[in-house]
Write a protein that binds this ligand. Structure first.
Ligand code: CP
Length: 527
């Protein structure tokens, strides 16, 4: 049974199970207590030989970068080197890719932990995969990657320190939390991480306070609901305080103007007004309320104004200091100093699902059962792909036929295709391939291009095999796939040569495995 966390990557908060997150919070509490009681804390120090901790920030930061540098220095010594990577003067400026850069760095220590902040989204997931492969083929230990914030995607270590701070406020009782998230919920990656991070509490109530222009994206709200959270939405603090059920934990974020388009920026003043706390709101707050903020706050327009600093509701100063402790413990775990009292084997999701289902063959079923006048002749041997895009318009059906032919390389073969009207009045397409048998691999590909079609394998004018193909649980490996998020590391404009991959969620949407952007089936194809 595995008990360590070596080689683990924290790209999104879900990369640590709830049990693992709670373990980290318990250990952080222990470390803080021991430190302030002047007790021995050597059990938290990394003892593994020749470990390199690399701090790689390609986007500005004060708290995350400096608290990680200090947390890494807690571990530094004979065994552990701390390296602050100078990205401005690195070969990134000579167009070196992320993957090449991190492969190089991996070779300079026996074991490496990388703390990485980027504007692009999904970088740590890419590095986990590609640099992991590099390490294995070179006989090196697989390194760890820690996402220190990637674009507007996630900020999992901020999430760890936030949740730790909420637990501290709750005397480490994780049975219930009622929290208000206030501010720029559209661009704030720290609030996006809350969708999963708050699952450490058994009962969760979330109040979302933001004008529509900077509201939490629907897919995150839907995920909160699927996680069992009770969710309410409000457009301003003013509106929120007009109702009686006000949360005792408020989590503010700043307006991320640097990520906003011109259309939103025009309304900047109105948006700020809606999510900035005012003096006259003070006496409408419940007893014992605490305010938190991932910081930085804007020096001219802070959503938590400075007149609140000396008040007991100030929770953000302790919260920021907790970043140091939580990050020490995370490095202790990923550096092998702390082992869990439970199995830490990472459970990869299973995508086993029958999406190619054998269908009954009607006795006497012939090659192609089309109307002889409008259709094609029955084939004696080969494959007929039928029911293509059934129910869609003829234009959509034709475009699906083109997509199938293009991706399965079915242009230079003897073939025919067409669009028919079914007995129920709807349209459907077919492709007939004389003397060409689709392989199982091709049928799997077909499921990813055109689900709900039927494949007939014909021999001696008889249908000998028939399959109904459904939407597969994952789609990957096609050069024609695109994530619609321009900031995603898979987007070709970033030149990292990484093919997107998508996982189908409970709503039938395809979620990018790198940046978590959901897509409809049609949206993932760029043909
Ligand atoms: N909270 C946070 O990520 O702050 P920095 O951008 O200063 O690291």
């Amino acid at each position: 049974m595995k008990r360590d966390f070596l080689g683990r990557t924290l790209a999104v908060i879900r990369d640590l199970s709830i049990e693992e997150q709670l373990f980290l919070y318990r250990k952080t509490r222990e470390l803080k207590q021991k430190w302030y009681n002047n007790e021995d804390v050597s059990e938290f120090k990394i003892k593994k030989r020749n470990v390199g901790i690399y701090i790689v920030f390609v986007e500005p930061s004060t708290r995350t970068r400096e608290s990680f540098i200090n947390a890494a220095k807690f571990h530094s010594g004979e065994n552990v080197k701390v390296n602050v990577f100078d990205s401005e003067h690195s070969s990134f400026n000579k167009q070196e890719s992320y993957v090449d850069t991190f492969c190089m760095l991996t070779g300079y220590s026996d074991y490496s932990i990388f703390v990485v902040r980027t504007k692009l989204e999904g970088v740590c997931r890419l590095l986990e995969r590609k640099v992991g492969e590099y390490a294995i083929r070179n006989g090196l230990e697989v390194p760890s990657f820690i996402n220190a914030g990637d674009g507007k995607h996630e900020h999992p270590t901020q999430e760890l320190l936030d949740e730790y701070t909420f637990l501290e406020k709750n005397n480490f009782d994780n049975s219930f939390i009622h929290i208000a998230l206030v501010g720029d919920l559209l661009h704030g990656r720290t609030v996006h991480s809350k969708v999963d991070g708050l699952r450490i509490f058994k009962n969760v109530r979330v109040d979302l306070i933001a004008p529509r222009e900077i509201a939490m994206p629907d897919h995150y709200v839907e995920k909160m609901v699927r996680n069992g959270f009770e969710v309410r939405t409000f457009e301003s603090i003013e509106q929120y305080l007009k109702q009686p059920d006000v949360a005792k934990i408020w989590y503010f974020t700043r307006l991320q103007l640097e990520r906003m388009g011109e259309d939103i920026l025009e309304k900047e003043h109105i948006l700020r007004e809606a999510v900035t706390f005012k003096r006259e709101f003070l006496d409408r707050l419940p007893e014992g309320v605490k305010f938190y903020h991932p910081l930085p706050r804007h020096k001219l327009y802070p959503t938590i104004p400075t007149f609140l600093d000396p008040l007991p509701l100030n929770g953000w100063e302790e919260q920021a200091r907790n970043g140091y402790w939580v990050r020490i413990v995370l490095l202790s775990m990923f550096g092998g100093a702390l082992e869990a009292p439970f199995d830490t084997t990472k459970r990869e999701p299973s995508y086993e699902e029958d999406f190619i289902v054998p269908a009954p063959i009607t006795h006497g079923e012939k090659g192609v059962q089309k109307d002889g006048k409008r259709g094609i002749k029955p084939i004696e041997n080969g494959t007929v792909i039928d029911h293509v895009a059934k129910g869609k318009t003829p234009e959509e059906i034709y475009s699906t036929i083109v997509k199938i032919r293009k991706i399965l390389h079915l242009y230079d073969v003897d073939s025919a295709d067409g669009i028919f009207r079914s007995s129920d009045g709807s349209y459907k397409g077919y492709i007939s391939l004389p003397n060409r048998y689709l392989t199982k691999g091709e049928i799997k590909k077909l499921a990813a291009i055109s689900p709900n079609t039927t494949v007939n394998i014909i021999k001696d004018s008889r249908v000998v095999e028939k399959y109904r193909i459904k939407l597969p649980p994952t789609i990957y490996g096609f050069k024609e796939l695109r994530c619609k998020n321009e900031n995603c590391i898979t987007n070709p404009v970033h030149g990292e040569d990484v093919k997107p991959s998508f996982v189908r969620n409970e709503k039938g949407l395809f979620v990018c495995e790198y940046c978590d952007t959901p897509h409809t089936f049609e949206e993932i194809w760029s043909i």
